[in-house]
Design a protein around this ligand. Sequence first.
Ligand SMILES: [Zn+2]
Length: 345
Amino acid sequence: MTRIRLGFVMALIAGGGLMFQAQAPTAQKAYKFTEIVPGVYSAIGTGAMNVGSNSAVIVNRDEVMIVDSHISPESGRAMLQELKAITDKPVRVLVNTHFHYDHTNGNQAFPSGVDIIGHEFTRRKLTGDILEKGMFADLVNGLPKQLEDLQARAASEADPAVKARLAQQVPVQAAFANSLKDLKVTPPTVTLTDQMTLYRGDREIRLLYLGHGHTGGDIVVYLPKEKVLCTGDLLVHDIANLIDGYVNEWPDALEKLKPLDFVDVIPGHGDPFKGKERIDWFQAYLRDLWRQGTALHEQKVPPADAAKRIDMTAHQAHYPGITTPGVNVPAVLRMFEVMDGRADR
Ligand SMILES: [Zn+2]
């Protein structure tokens, strides 16, 4: 099914009049590495390649741990290649903070000797039907149109700067679609349900599951000596994707971050940041969203209408992207799913 759809994407790219090369530009690196504390880096996409999420690179005495593998086999391979600029030690452990494709599609690029650690829930999802339904299927179904739209916008844009930016995105997205052709969903080979601690040289690396949040199996990576926390999408720089979330339980999981002694946060999306205030901000957002969603659900308001009526502008000071009332429909569909007891447990 997925293979056929991706085949369609490639036919579109090759024969649909989209005049570009199905390769991302190679001159520019895919990742920018920033050393947060000695030996611990954030890796954030430069835009030269669609890499999806951020990752964290933890260089230990003898080897390397990577947290999250990015959005495609190609972006996973680029990570392993570009990593050589900061260390020549071998990668031994890959952590998947959760099952979403933008954090796990690069898994297959890692050599077979690398342990892939994730929550039991993550393994269950990645050995299940994720290619048939949910976020990944939506992505694949939406890609042909997205590419067409991007191409059309690049062609018709009058502003030269915007036109150049759009034109730069076209081959990036085409290369992304191309890389997905080779995707082999690769689940964790080592799982945990509550916590696990790895001792590597001087480092203590704790993997913690804090309850239902952004998915049913998010884990955070905590370095107590270095006071660094890698949060995946449980806590990001702005508002996390809610499509598989448990908006009602998520604030409780976030509450469990507060006793941890950390200074630096490497999130799954957005720039690294310091401190704990974003926990409070996001808890407030989620609680307000759930409260408004519950009221509309009780009134049997259809999801699309509810999405228009929910007003989160009170949170604009913390999330400048909120400029008008309304939230996206998938977020409401998901909340209603949880309210109706239809969500995965
Ligand atoms: Zn993500």
